[in-house]
Design a protein around this ligand. Structure first.
Ligand SMILES: Cc1ncc(COP(=O)(O)O)c(C=O)c1O
Length: 372
């Protein structure tokens, strides 16, 4: 029985050659391919500036470091730990908000409940490929003069009101192998603010400021920066992957449609996500809910026993993580509910029809054996 993976990157032979060619050029760190990758990314997102770097976590840290003040940062509890880690590692305090069950996304209503005098920023997380409803969020952050950061690690190429994520606030993207495109490890920061762009450029490369150079050997640093650079050969991979994004996402959407149709035929057991008309979905993950939480673990173990990788993103959510409990022990009803009922099924562009059939057959078997 061959294993069906939860996720699989697609790196073509042509891309291996592109990486080799870039390595042979001798330019092994940030280089000309980064410029191309950034230019193309900005063009796609319609943000004025893009800065490639080594991860989305680094991009999130940059987005927080450019804010002059320290304080509370509102984030959904329904996210990967890096969202909270970036907040803590930049000297801020994470404040966990609940999310909407169907979209799994934070909303203006949940953000509003958490705003205090200490709030400096909001990080929205576009979960699994589905953008948050940005209109109300934008007017709320504007009204309260809060920085808006988009954790778009899981969403590339999806839109809200025809605008792609990463163009509403300062955007942070991930190119980890499970994401919509990959550079192995890697990330991108997007902004339309020139001052923020210039500061992030300094942060990612030790703070070295070329404008302060008096002689060719001078390396004058203007802040305590990091080494967050993305190497040139990985940027070359990014350039190629970005060209393939549209095709990748098209395949993801087709697979999602097949899952939707199948799971709807078991509507007493599964709850299929509905997508609002003003949103498009890029299905970095395909998630559904089981109607009773006692089904969830049993089904996950059953799929595992049949060599099908499925998972639960995120269990536990942030406010249930031991090291984060000191920030809040509050019950977040929808988030707690999601963490007990959610299932992520295999999702990647190369998932074969034959494999989808096996997944469907196995789920059907489980339903018949244990539920119906
Ligand atoms: C919502 C979210 N934020 C941030 C990250 C971190 O991305 P990276 O691994 O590129 O640092 C991830 C990655 O899984 C994520 O899912």
């Amino acid at each position: 029985m061959t294993k069906i993976s939860l996720s699989k990157p697609n790196i073509s032979k042509k891309e291996i050659n592109i990486i080799n060619k870039s390595l042979k050029s001798g330019w092994l760190t940030h280089g000309p391919n980064n410029r191309i990758f950034e230019k193309n990314f900005s063009k796609l997102i319609k943000s004025k500036y893009s800065i490639s770097m080594n991860s989305c976590t680094s991009a999130l840290e940059c987005a927080l470091k450019v804010i002059e003040k320290k304080g509370e940062v509102i984030i959904p509890s329904w996210t990967w730990v890096s969202t909270a880690n970036a907040v803590i590692n930049t000297g801020n305090v994470p404040v966990f908000a609940d999310v909407d069950t169907n979209s799994r996304n934070i909303t203006a209503e949940y953000i509003k409940k958490k705003i205090t005098k200490k709030t400096i920023a909001v990080i929205v997380v576009h979960y699994g490929g589905l953008p948050c409803q940005m209109k109300k969020i934008l007017s709320l952050t504007k009204k309260h003069k809060l920085q808006l950061i988009e954790d778009s690690a899981e969403t590339l190429g999806a839109s809200c009101d025809k605008k792609l994520t990463g163009s509403f606030g300062n955007g942070c993207f991930s190119f980890f192998p499970t994401k919509n495109i990959t550079t192995t490890e890697g990330g991108m920061f997007t902004t339309s603010n020139k001052a923020i762009f210039e500061k992030v450029k300094l942060i990612i490369a030790h703070g070295i400021n070329k404008k302060l150079k008096k002689h060719f050997w001078h390396r004058q640093s203007s802040l305590a920066g990091h080494n967050f650079r993305l190497p040139n050969h990985l940027a070359a991979l990014g350039v190629s992957q970005l060209k393939r994004l549209h095709r990748f996402n098209k395949k993801r959407r087709l697979i999602a449609k097949k899952y939707d149709k199948f799971l709807k035929s078991f509507s007493n057991i599964f709850e299929v996500q509905t997508i609002n008309k003003n949103l498009s979905h890029s299905y970095q993950m395909y998630t559904c809910l089981v109607k009773k939480s006692e089904y969830r673990n049993k089904l996950l173990y059953y799929l595992k026993s049949k060599n099908i990788e499925a998972s639960a993103h995120f269990d536990p959510p942030l406010h249930r993580q031991n090291y984060l409990k000191k920030y809040s022990n509050e019950r977040l009803e929808n988030t707690d509910n999601l963490s007990q009922k959610i299932i992520s099924l295999p999702m990647y562009p190369d998932l074969k029809d034959r494999e989808i059939q096996i997944i469907k057959k196995t789920i059907k078997q489980w339903c018949k054996k244990y539920v119906i």
